[in-house]
Design a protein around this ligand. Structure first.
Ligand SMILES: Cc1cc2nc3c(=O)[nH]c(=O)nc-3n(C[C@H](O)[C@H](O)[C@H](O)COP(=O)(O)OP(=O)(O)OC[C@H]3O[C@@H](n4cnc5c(N)ncnc54)[C@H](O)[C@@H]3O)c2cc1C
Length: 376
């Protein structure tokens, strides 16, 4: 194969593109993944150092088999590379009795026979001293959840891609692509890449790279903040597992202080729609919205509404907040993965394998829940 041809071309070597290249390369498939920025960059949707993984899944029980399989694949990758990818300290879904957030997580645990513990707000405060939630709140503790270390995941993927002869092309924006029954072409400023199959994993730019499909995607601006705390140990992973809380102020998520960083939090539910090529990428003083100040002041102990570090990220939302992973409706040799709606990092390994299946085995079908056709 020439330097610009491969069996499979991947557009976008972010989370899912790197994972697809990793899965393909390990199968011995010749793959080139083309990335407009650097590999593991701060411009896309995988910045901010850490991600939550969990098995009890309030978003829907259909995700649970994938949470388990993705976890297994991450564990194996961790063992093979010796890199710390997972910090398994549990994960808390916290809600009011009325909004039922914790019960939704519990329902998926019951359905799939997963371990879980239901706690009251009082239990949470006693067990995890950084919390000060109302005593009648309820929480579902998923003991097998925890924190994924993003940079190490990218390093692990890259190590195995390189070892298997896969190629990552950095700092080349894809300007266009075409597919016919004979193969695919992908154009960058550096020339034309050719392949038999194409995978498009363009994250927040999916709407632009797949403009032919008019996908109902909305890119939202997501400031990420690390907060000053009195005692790092109170917010260390063992003492303060990652959480998602629906507390009638907002829907927040947070991750413990994974050294050298402090306590990290963001708002999951706000919808500030932007253009990924043109928006305010610096976190502004007004991003510390009153809801954040209220949440930190009333629900946490020993944390302050002052940031020690910030970064910017983007969600790419679908109307139903479920993913799009499918073959392109007009091109059987093009697989697409988009619209990850702020909750997909934990699935990267299994989605990489699924994309590799779609690209190499015509008999494999996409999952109906993630079909692109559900919006038409
Ligand atoms: C603040 C925040 C917190 C999150 N927390 C969690 C969490 O706790 N748990 C969890 O599971 N998930 C979480 N997520 C979601 C998860 O990180 C994302 O859903 C996931 O990273 C998206 O992967 P992706 O491959 O679609 O996008 P990206 O990782 O952004 O990759 C897309 C890549 O395509 C490249 N690209 C685009 N267009 C082109 C082009 N024309 N040419 C070449 N390259 C191109 C981009 O530069 C980018 O690198 C969070 C997301 C954010 C923003």
């Amino acid at each position: 194969m020439s330097s610009k041809s491969a069996e499979v071309i991947v557009i976008g070597a972010g989370t899912m593109g790197a994972a697809a290249a990793w899965a393909l390369a390990r199968r011995g498939v010749d793959v080139i993944a083309i990335e407009q920025f650097g590999y593991y960059n701060k411009m896309a949707s995988h910045g901010g150092h850490t991600r939550i993984f969990r098995h009890c899944y309030f978003e829907g029980e259909k995700y649970v088999p994938w949470t388990l399989e993705a976890d297994r694949l991450f564990s194996e990758l961790q063992d093979r590379t010796g890199l710390e990818l997972q910090i398994r300290v549990g994960c808390l879904d916290i809600g009011t009795p009325e909004n039922g957030h914790a019960k939704l997580a519990r329902a998926t645990a019951i359905e799939h026979n997963l371990p879980y513990e239901m706690l009251t707000g009082k239990d949470v405060n006693e067990r995890f001293p950084g919390w000060n939630v109302p005593e009648d709140f309820e929480a579902c503790l998923d003991p097998d959840g925890g924190v994924l270390r993003v940079e190490n995941v990218f390093t692990a993927f890259r190590r195995e891609i390189d070892a298997a002869g896969g190629r990552i092309v950095e700092n080349q924006k894809v300007l266009g692509w075409e597919a016919t029954d004979d193969g695919v072409t992908v154009t960058t400023a550096d020339g034309v890449y050719t392949g038999k199959q194409l995978i498009i994993t363009a994250g927040a730019w999916a709407g632009k790279v797949l403009s032919d499909l008019h996908l109902p995607l909305q890119v939202t601006r997501k400031p990420v903040m690390w907060f000053e705390v009195d005692d790092m140990n109170t917010f260390a992973p063992r003492n303060f597992p990652p959480f998602i809380i629906d507390c009638d102020i907002q829907h927040f998520y947070g991750l413990p202080a994974v050294a050298p960083d402090s306590l990290k939090m963001g708002i999951h539910s706000d919808m500030n729609v932007v253009d990924p090529d043109n928006f305010q990428r610096e976190v502004q003083p007004e991003d510390m919205v009153p809801e954040f100040v209220e949440f930190i002041g009333s629900m946490l102990k020993g944390a302050h509404a002052r940031t020690s570090m910030t970064s910017m990220c983007m969600y790419t939302m679908t109307p139903d907040e479920d993913f799009i992973i499918d073959r392109h409706p007009q091109h059987a040799n093009v697989a697409i993965a988009a619209g990850f709606s702020g909750h997909s990092f934990k699935f990267a390994t299994v989605i990489g394998e699924h994309l590799a299946d779609l690209a190499t085995d015509p008999s494999v079908a996409g999952k109906p829940a993630f079909a692109v056709g559900r919006f038409s």
